[in-house]
Design a protein around this ligand. Structure first.
Ligand code: HEM
Length: 306
């Protein structure tokens, strides 16, 4: 009650683990990108008002959610999977499991289903009754400097080690051209590609994204073009060899501590997995609501009405 625990639902909803896993498996069978999308959704949840399910709330006439904030709009995905899991759990154990916990478990299973590490998830988060459009707009941006990124993480109680380890999530999933296109053609208004981007990768991405004046901006590239659906340490090899696609990926090399971890992780997958798990647990604790705080939503996309 006073803190998160591993056995929070052991008496009240023991099937939670099976339900989340089964639904994640079936969602992934239809869409290989789903694990990545849910891992990112948990990050976007925890960084805005804490891990309280606020990212899941829809806009209504008198409620402004986070889904239309710049980092989420036409970008955050996987909401339907959470709604489906919630629907199944409401039938088995009504008003018991929070949407914030579903998201934390789905993120863990996302990593496991992508052949990454497994860890036990601390549970007992409650759902928030508010959202913050402004905070969501302030999520780390792909154009942020490393100083800005580490600052934004520090505000959430996360340090440079966490920046290094959690960035490894970009070993799975896809990215739209609009988030990196200026690196391909007109870096810093030079009319040339970003010199810190591998020229071969520039060519590959130009084919995917189209010409500078064309607007195929929602075309997609894997974030890790080597092993796009495998949760492994290849992301760090990419960053080390100028193949980090986002400018914020490459920026990891501009901080000595982070850069040295990037190098270590690229050579030691076990070390990356261990540190990733530690940082995920830390992230999953940000600003959690406990005990009688908040509520247990019956529908993840809206607050309970009372
Ligand atoms: C360090 C600062 C970060 C920045 C600037 C950043 C930015 C982005 C951007 C721009 C995308 C592409 C979205 C799109 O094309 O629609 C993306 C995708 C993704 N991000 Fe991050 N991210 C950061 C950290 C994280 C963290 C901490 C995690 C998770 C722990 C994460 C997990 C992911 C995943 C898995 C995807 C792929 C999503 C999908 O395919 O649907 N990111 N990120």
């Amino acid at each position: 009650m006073c803190d998160l625990s591993y056995d929070f639902y052991d008496e009240t909803c023991p099937s939670i683990f099976d339900v989340v896993r089964t639904e994640m498996l079936s969602a992934r069978a239809n869409d290989l990108r789903i694990p990545a999308s849910l891992l990112r959704l948990h990050f976007h949840d925890c960084f805005v008002l804490g891990c309280d399910g606020s990212v899941l709330l829809d806009d209504t006439i008198n409620f402004t959610g986070e889904k239309n904030a710049v980092p989420n709009k036409n970008s955050a995905r996987g909401f339907g999977v959470i709604d489906k899991i919630k629907y199944v759990l409401e039938n088995k154990c009504p008003s018991t499991v929070s949407c914030a916990d579903i998201l934390a478990l789905a993120a863990r299973d996302a990593v496991v289903l992508s052949y990454g590490p497994r860890w036990r998830v601390l549970l007992g988060r409650r759902d928030g009754r508010r959202a913050s459009f402004a905070e969501a707009n302030d999520l780390p941006s792909p154009l942020d400097s490393i100083e800005n990124i580490t600052y934004k993480f520090r505000l959430k109680g996360l340090d440079t080690n966490d920046v290094a380890a959690l960035s490894g999530a970009h070993t799975i999933g896809l990215v739209q051209c609009r988030f990196f296109k200026e690196r391909l053609y007109n870096f810093n208004n030079t009319g040339k590609p970003d010199p810190t981007l591998d020229p071969i990768l520039v060519k590959e991405l130009q084919i995917i994204c189209g010409c500078p004046n064309y607007t195929f901006d929602s075309n997609l590239s894997p974030l890790d073009r080597g092993t796009p659906i495998l949760f492994d340490n290849n992301y760090y090899t990419n960053v080390d060899t100028k193949r980090g696609i986002l400018s914020s990926d490459h920026a990891l090399l501009n901080d000595d501590t982070i850069s040295s971890l990037v190098n270590k992780y690229s050579q030691n997958q076990d070390l990356f997995f261990n540190d990733f798990v530690v940082s995920m647990e830390k992230m999953g604790r940000i600003g959690v609501l406990l005990g009688q705080q908040g509520e247990i939503r019956t529908n993840c996309s809206r607050i309970n009405y009372y």
